[in-house]
Design a protein around this ligand. Sequence first.
Ligand SMILES: Cc1cc2nc3c(=O)[nH]c(=O)nc-3n(C[C@H](O)[C@H](O)[C@H](O)COP(=O)(O)OP(=O)(O)OC[C@H]3O[C@@H](n4cnc5c(N)ncnc54)[C@H](O)[C@@H]3O)c2cc1C
Ligand SMILES: C[S@@+](CC[C@H](N)C(=O)[O-])C[C@H]1O[C@@H](n2cnc3c(N)ncnc32)[C@H](O)[C@@H]1O
Length: 674
Amino acid sequence: MSIETAKIHFNELGTPIASDFDDVYFSNANGLEESQYVFFDNNDLSARWLQWQKNEFVIAETGFGTGLNFLQSLQNFMHFRQSTPDAALRNLYFISVEKFPLKQTDLEAALTHWPQLADLSRVLVVNYPMPVSGCHRLQFDLARLTDNAIGSVTLDLHFGDVAEVFPALYAGRNGRVDAWYLDGFAPSKNPEMWTDALFEQMARLARKDCTFATFTAAGFVKRGLKAAGFEVEKRKGFGHKRDMLGGKLVEKSPASNLSYRYRAVSQLPTDIAIIGGGLAAANLAWSFAQRGLNTQIYCADNALATGASGNAQGGFYPQLNADASPGSQIQALSFLFARRRYLDLLALGYSFEHQWCGVLQVGFNDNVRLRQQNLTDKRNWPAELIHAVDPQQSEQMANVSLPYSGLFIPQGGWISPKTLTHALLTASIQKTNTRVHLNKMLVQLTRRSDGWTLHFADGSQSDASQVILACGAQLPKNDFLDPQLFRLVRGQVEAIPAQQALAGLTTVLCHKGYLTPAEQGRQALGSTYVKQDESCDYRHTEGEQNLATQRKSLADCEWPSALEHDFVGRASTRCSTPDHLPLSGGVPAWHTQRQLFAELYKARPDDYYPLAAEIPDLYVLGGLGSRGLTTAPLLAELLVSQILGHPLPLAQPLLDATSPNRFLIRKLIRREED
Ligand SMILES: Cc1cc2nc3c(=O)[nH]c(=O)nc-3n(C[C@H](O)[C@H](O)[C@H](O)COP(=O)(O)OP(=O)(O)OC[C@H]3O[C@@H](n4cnc5c(N)ncnc54)[C@H](O)[C@@H]3O)c2cc1C
Ligand SMILES: C[S@@+](CC[C@H](N)C(=O)[O-])C[C@H]1O[C@@H](n2cnc3c(N)ncnc32)[C@H](O)[C@@H]1O
C-alpha cells in the first residue's frame, strides 16, 4: 500500500527540517558526532561487538529519517569487521521504522551534508525503496563496500507507524533486539510516538541484556521505560545538551503470548540440505550464502532447472489487486525485494538473461478495464510501481499497434528463470562451500537424534542437520506434507520464432496470455492452464490454444492473426496452493496440531493455545504458482531468517498468510472436517 512521504525543507545551514513537525532530522551543530555519541557509544556497541559470541547483532530504531544513524552504524560495523576479522559477530541487522519516508531525491539531497559518508550514502540512495508500506529488506555485503571485510549488514526498513509496526514484529520466545536507538522528533513536537505502548514493545522485542539510548531526558520517557522493564540512567547529553537517557533491560522473561501458528527455531545450523534444483532452492542457497553458510543441494534431475524453472523467459512483475490484501502486499514487497536481489547479482558480475523492459497489463476487455480503473482510483499503489496508460501511451510503450488502455509496471520485465537459477547457485558456490548434487532424487527421510538421514533413489544416503523441501510440483508426494496443501497445474509455453511484425516490441504484454520481446531468435508466448495433469509433453493442441488466446484477447490488433509458429515450446507443472499464496516455514506435525488446536473455534486469546508443533528441522518452501520469479527471493529470505532465529522480513499478518499450517488452522476455526 502507498504511504505518505515527508514534506521537508532545508534551513540556511543546509540541515533538513520536517515541515509538518517543525523539527530537524539531525542537529545543526554536528549531527554525525551526536549520532555517534548518543546512539552508538551509549549502547556501548564497540565493546559489546568485540565480546559478542553470536553470529548476528540486532539494532532497532524509531524513525529512519535520513538514515544517518544507520549509515554511521554501517560504517562502524565495516571498520569492526576489518579490524577484527576473526570476531564471532559477522552479520548486523538494523531494523528501522519510518512513518513518513523521505522521497529518494530528498534523501539524496539531505545526505550530501556528510561527504565522509558519500560512498555509503550512494549505496543507500540507489537501493532506497519506493513508498510502499511494509518491510523492505536491503542487504549490504561488506566485501563489496570495502576491502578486507567479510560479513553483511541487513537493513529492515519498515514503512509504517511504530504503533502498528512493532506489535506486528515476530519476537519469538526470547526477543530479537540487542540495542535500541530511541530516536524520533522531540517528544514535545511528536507526542503521539512517545507512548507507553512503544516502551512495552521495546521490552517485548528486546533480547536478554538489550540496551537502549535516547537523546531526550523527558521525565515521562524515563518513567515509561522503567515501567516497561528497563533500568534507566540519566547521562550527560551531547555537546551543550545537559542530559540524555541510556540503560538496559533488567530481566528478560520468555514471552508467553506467542502465536500458535508457527514456531521459530533459533539455532545455528551446521549441515543444511535443500531438496530441489529450481528458483526456490537457488534462492534459499543464496540467502544462506550471503550469511556465510554452506548448503548441500540435492536435485533429482541430471541438470538444474528442468522443472517449472526451466522456461527461457518468464514475466517478472507483481500481481496487484486494487485493495492491499495480504496477497497483494506479499506480491509488492516480494517484487521490490526480488528486483534488488537480481540487480545485486548482476552488479556482482553474475549474469542471467533478462530485460528490464517493463510489463504492460493490457486492458483487453470491459471487465479488465473496470478492474484496472478501480486499481487506479483506489490509489493503493504508488505510480512508480504501477500506473495507468491510455491507448496512445500503450502503443508508445509497446512499440506495436495496441489500441488498448492498460497498467504499466516500469520496473518489471522478463527474466530467464533457468539462467537465473544457475546464476544464484554459481554465486552461492563461489561465496561458500555450497555444493550441488545432481541425480539425487530424495525418496525417504528418516529421523536421527540430531537431524535427518536422506535416502536417495540411487540407494545412496546423506545426513543433514536441517532439511528444506523445495521440490516444486513434487512436494505433494512427500510423506511429511499434506497433499491438500497444493494444487498442481500443467502449463505449456510457446517459443515462437521472432516475428518480423513484432521486431520492435519493447515491453512484455500480459492479458489472458503473455508475449515477450525476442531473445535469441525466439519469443515466449504463454501459457495454458490444465488442472490435474502432471505430464510434461509438448502438445500441438495447446500450442494452437496459446495462439488462439493471443488472437482472441487482442482482437482489435491485426498482428496476432499473422503470428507464425513452428510448434516449439515446453510444458511443466506449476505448484500452487488453494489460496494462491506461497508457502514457507516449518513443516507442521499435522496430527499433533489437530489435537492441540481442536478448540480454536472457541476463539480464546492466542496465549491460551500452546505453540505450534512442528516436525523438528524440517521446512518447506513452495507453492510459488505462476509468480516464482517475484516471490521466491523474499520467501526464501523469510525461511532462512526463521531457521536462524534472525529478524523476519514480513510482519505477522503476512507471516500468517504464508504459514504452511494456515489451511489447517482455518479448518479448525470453522470446525470443518477433512
Ligand atoms: C508454463 C509456466 C509458465 C510460467 N510463467 C511464469 C512467469 O511468467 N513468471 C513467473 O514469475 N513465474 C512463472 N511460472 C512459475 C515459475 O516457473 C515457478 O513458480 C517456479 O519456477 C517454481 O520454482 P520451484 O523451484 O519451486 O520449482 P521447480 O522449478 O519445479 O523445481 C523443482 C526442483 O525440485 C527437484 N525435485 C523434485 N523432486 C525431487 C526429489 N524428490 N528429490 C530431489 N529433487 C527433487 C526437481 O528436479 C526440480 O529441479 C511459470 C510456470 C509455468 C509452468
Ligand atoms: C529526527 S528524525 C530521525 C532521524 C534519523 N534516525 C536519522 O538518522 O536521520 C525522526 C523521524 O521519525 C519519524 N517518525 C515520527 N513519528 C513516527 C512514528 N509514529 N512512526 C514512525 N516514524 C515516525 C519522522 O518521520 C522522522 O523521519
